[in-house]
Design a protein around this ligand. Structure first.
Ligand code: DLL
Length: 439
């Protein structure tokens, strides 16, 4: 294990199990979890009966494939408590995720679930180098979003001083960092970037600040954005993944050895990668859709949840010494592909192309409409101050250059609008990069 990558492990006895031990533990838990779910949740019992599969059919980990998938639509159809696996009297917390249409999806936790959740968070915090003496400023929103309370209780459990700032009021965030000498900032990467820029604009010297670590998550964190925050705020940042339906944050976390991958908490989650179109399993190392089965959930025990997140997973050893499989960071979802005049466009492609152009900031927005009958894609690109000029000719030439680069890769023309530094609205939580106004 390399010195610089070794952080204290929160549960070394679990985080360094051999691959065989992990599989054995997962199988034991999977059998129990399927029996629990079958006996307590009508929807799963009916579905499994229809498919002719019973909990006794789970004899190997691969037998998970005999079970039904769960999609967001099932959660909507059973709204609000139809998939709960314990009497509501036993539920001690609700969270929800809003989504884009209709009712939110609601999930519940009993005390057992909250204990598991706290451990998963404490683990990812220690992976990033957080220790009990740290002061953790929570700039995730509190409320139905799992980010705020999830990270709060996990870091508190580790013994940190947790400062529940919540998101927004950026001036006050700076005051808190300064006065309380916060050492860890928890935020979405886009809000962290905003805090960074706001501080710079108001004379905050990040090189002298007490902050040393950023714990990010909740949205994709492109490598260029992470590097920018790390160098401008003088901190080390890790990007952590999760989703409400299976728990919230804590599903996987970045260690300091493999910076574009995240260790999945495999003692609590069984992962599969499937072909997003057919649902057929794909071999290790091949990119596809992540499907998760929580192995320790009592109040909300979903089976084979289709995350719609695209990634690949490897069980190759990691330099940090942890043996849990690693997933590549999620940049794209199966449902965020835009079809523009018949051509597939992923927002992450736009992001990657813009990141390679000098003078362009990490802030952009894609607007799509079809008011004229044809799809029109407008890409708003915010410039860095040094690239901004009063000369119309210079700006127009730069705009054309960006449009050409985008077209070369995406194979579809877009209109580029250059925006002055600071001109694209900043988010306190997850940033919405795409506005699709098509009817
Ligand atoms: O965002 C849970 C979370 C909160 C994770 C805070 C980490 C930190 P939801 O609101 O249900 O839950 O959104 C889940 O957000 O399916 C991904 O598409 C995306 N997502 C979450 N974390 C990451 C990440 C929380 N680190 C959905 N990288 C997921 C990329 C992420 N995408």
């Amino acid at each position: 294990m390399s010195e610089s990558h070794s952080t204290i492990m929160y549960q070394p006895e679990i985080e360094t199990l051999s691959r065989d031990e992990i599989r054995a533990l997962q199988l034991k838990k999977l059998k129990k979890q399927v029996a629990w779910t079958y006996s307590r949740v009508d929807w799963y019992r009916q579905k499994m009966d229809e498919m002719g599969v019973s909990p006794d059919d789970i004899k190997t980990l691969e037998d998970v494939r005999k079970l039904p998938f769960t999609d967001k639509s099932v959660l909507r159809d059973t709204y609000p408590f139809g998939l709960f696996g314990v009497p509501l009297d036993e539920v001690v917390r609700l969270h929800a995720s809003s989504g884009t249409t209709g009712k939110p999806i609601v999930v519940g936790y009993n005390n057992h679930d909250l204990d598991v959740w706290r451990d998963c968070i404490a683990r990812l915090a220690q992976m990033a180098g957080v220790v009990p003496s740290d002061r953790v400023q929570m700039a995730f929103g509190y409320g139905m979003f799992t980010g705020g309370f999830g990270l709060h209780y996990g870091c508190e459990h580790l013994g940190c001083m947790v400062i529940p700032a919540s998101s927004g009021n950026t001036q006050r965030q700076l005051m808190m960092i300064n006065d309380y000498q916060s050492t860890v900032l928890v935020a979405t990467p886009s809000y962290a970037m905003h805090i960074c820029e706001y501080g710079e604009k108001h004379g905050f010297d990040w090189s002298k600040s007490s902050l040393r670590i950023g714990l990010f998550g909740g949205e994709p964190c492109p490598p260029a954005l992470k590097q920018e925050i790390e160098s401008r705020m003088h901190i080390i940042c890790t990007d952590n993944y999760g989703l409400t339906e299976v728990m919230g944050p804590g599903v996987s976390g970045e260690c300091l050895a493999s910076r574009d991958m995240q260790h999945i908490a495999e003692d609590h989650f069984l992962w599969e990668i499937v072909d997003p179109k057919t649902g057929e399993p794909l071999p290790e190392g091949v990119p596809g859709e992540l499907v998760l089965t929580p192995l320790d959930k009592q109040a909300f025990p979903v089976l084979r949840y289709r995350t719609h997140d695209l990634t690949m997973v490897t069980t190759e050893p990691c330099e940090c010494g942890r043996t849990h499989a690693r997933m590549k960071k999620v940049r794209t979802r199966t449902d965020d592909m835009l079809i523009i005049r018949g051509t597939n466009v992923f927002p992450s492609q736009v992001e990657d192309i813009l990141a390679q152009i000098d003078g362009v900031s990490p802030h952009y927005r894609i607007e799509v409409d079809n008011e004229t009958g044809l799809d029109r894609m407008v890409i708003m690109v915010e410039l860095l101050p040094e690239a901004f000029s009063d000369s119309f000719n210079e700006m127009d030439a730069f705009r054309k250059k960006i449009a050409q680069k985008l077209k070369q890769t995406m194979l579809v023309a877009s209109e580029v609008k250059l925006i002055e530094p600071g001109g694209i609205e900043r988010s306190f939580g997850k940033t919405k990069h795409v506005i699709d106004k098509r009817k």
